[in-house]
Unconditional design. Structure first.
Length: 450
């Protein structure tokens, strides 16, 4: 069963949305947005927006546990729209237009603004359940972008290798600047705090922005951000090794033990074997092919994104891909989107120890070292979450073996909030153990970083 098909069920009755001038918000204009739609909503959380059509459940399916609570109704204004763009991978609202965004402005505002970009190649509503619901309930305004291109063929956007990913960063910067203007106009004062957060590719966006545009933010929470570094490691290093070794391991033949050792050496930790079949079926192959196509389209000639589950040794097979040996222009493409660790504002990173899409030893462990090497360690806290994996929906399948990262993300956010508000000391970097004697149901909302 694919967890990508799991859709949380809203329990609230249908709510009525009032559009445009009917709700007294028609004075709001998003700078540089040629199209926008304004609605006053009785509930900006997913319990209400599912019924009014102001979210897309398919966009956030599979990212959270089904039991994750939805807060009480948060009334306010929602603005949907897009910035100028010439690609059309996002079909939300029948617009066929990329660079779509959503802004939510709660009536009861706490003075803060949360900016986020979508994980994976999802659209602008992907963070609605996992981030938007919760921060809205805390009184924050919320803004999200689709990053400028979406879907499994996102690599078709842009005029050179790496351009589609580079656009992600530009779109977050664009949204942040525009959202600050809208918030200031709506509440008659600028936000006193702007926090950037996101998971997976969204976490990469947090890292990049705090390295390149720290002036726009007060801090960020990075949830297992994707690591792009010119000299590696990147997912283009370890996914081909997984694609080569896993079938031999799964066959259970004479070579299985050696194949297992190769997977562990590639970064997939011992103890995570129960997650390998699912990730081999749904993630490793597709992820390798579409991101390799974005960075190195010449590898397979005229073929687009390789051949699914190709046999090692066959022509242009992604299982044989050797990033280190590829031409200089490939490495330059990664360098253009690469991270340095030179953050300019406080950053809290969390990552699950059983992540087998972005293995912790090949990602956040490395990034934490990069931050320290740049002399920015005082700005960084790093929390290794024991038994956490890449997407929380898998916790529902393995409740006795995994724990959700959502409550730990929220604990990190609250810690950053206290630090920015009154100078509270951030919890020290640590490995956060799974608490003894706590039921899987309790862990849906429980995490302590201290």
């Amino acid at each position: 069963m694919s967890l990508l098909l799991l859709v949380p069920v809203a329990v609230s009755p249908p709510a009525e949305a009032r559009e445009g001038g009917d709700c007294g918000a028609d004075h709001l204009r998003v700078p540089a947005a040629p199209h926008q739609r304004i609605a006053c909503l009785p509930d900006l959380t997913t319990a209400g927006t599912v019924h009014t059509g102001h979210t897309d459940p398919a966009d956030w399916a599979g990212l959270t546990q089904e039991a994750l609570p939805v807060p009480e109704a948060v009334p306010g204004v929602q603005i949907d729209g897009y910035f100028r763009d010439d690609s059309t991978t996002n079909t939300n609202h029948g617009l066929d237009h990329d660079a779509q965004f959503v802004l939510r402005l709660p009536d009861d505002w706490n003075g803060g603004l949360v900016i986020t970009g979508s994980p994976g190649n999802r659209e602008q509503y992907a963070n609605d359940r996992v981030i938007s619901d919760w921060v809205l309930a805390r009184g924050y305004a919320f803004a999200a972008t689709d990053k400028g291109n979406t879907g499994a063929r996102f690599f078709t956007d842009g005029d050179r290798p790496g351009a589609a990913i580079a656009e992600w960063n530009a779109r977050v910067t664009e949204l942040t600047r525009a959202a600050k203007v809208v918030v200031t106009r709506h509440y008659q004062r600028p936000p006193r705090r702007t926090v950037l957060t996101g998971l997976s590719n969204g976490g990469y966006l947090v890292r990049w922005q705090l390295e390149n545009h720290p002036e726009l933010y007060d801090g960020g929470v990075d949830w297992e951000g994707t690591l792009w570094v010119e000299d590696g490691p990147t997912l283009l290093d370890y996914l081909p090794r997984a694609l080569t070794a896993y079938p031999r391991y799964a066959d259970g033949g004479a070579d299985a033990e050696r194949a297992h050792a190769e997977l562990v050496a590639a970064g997939f930790p011992e103890g995570s074997e129960f997650l390998w079949p699912y990730h081999h079926r749904y993630y490793w192959d597709l992820t390798q092919r579409i991101y390799r196509e974005e960075i190195d389209p010449s590898f397979d000639g005229e073929t687009e994104a390789g051949t699914p589950y190709c046999e090692p040794g066959s022509p242009a097979c992604d299982a044989d891909y050797d990033y280190a040996g590829r031409p200089r222009e490939v490495h330059e493409a990664v360098e253009r989107i690469g991270l340095t660790g030179e953050i300019g504002k406080p950053l809290l990173t969390l990552h699950g120890t059983l992540d087998v899409l972005l293995p912790i030893a090949r990602d956040s462990d490395v990034y934490a070292d990069m931050v320290r090497a740049r002399g920015r360690g005082a700005l960084h806290r790093y929390y290794r979450i024991e038994d956490g994996t890449h997407t929380d929906a898998l916790v529902d399948v393995f409740p006795e073996r995994l724990r959700a990262l959502t409550p730990c993300h929220r604990a990190a956010f609250v810690a950053l909030e206290a630090h920015l508000s009154d100078g509270a000391v951030l919890p020290p970097s640590s490995t956060v153990p799974r608490p003894d004697g706590v039921s899987p149901r309790e862990l849906v909302t429980r995490c302590s970083l201290r």
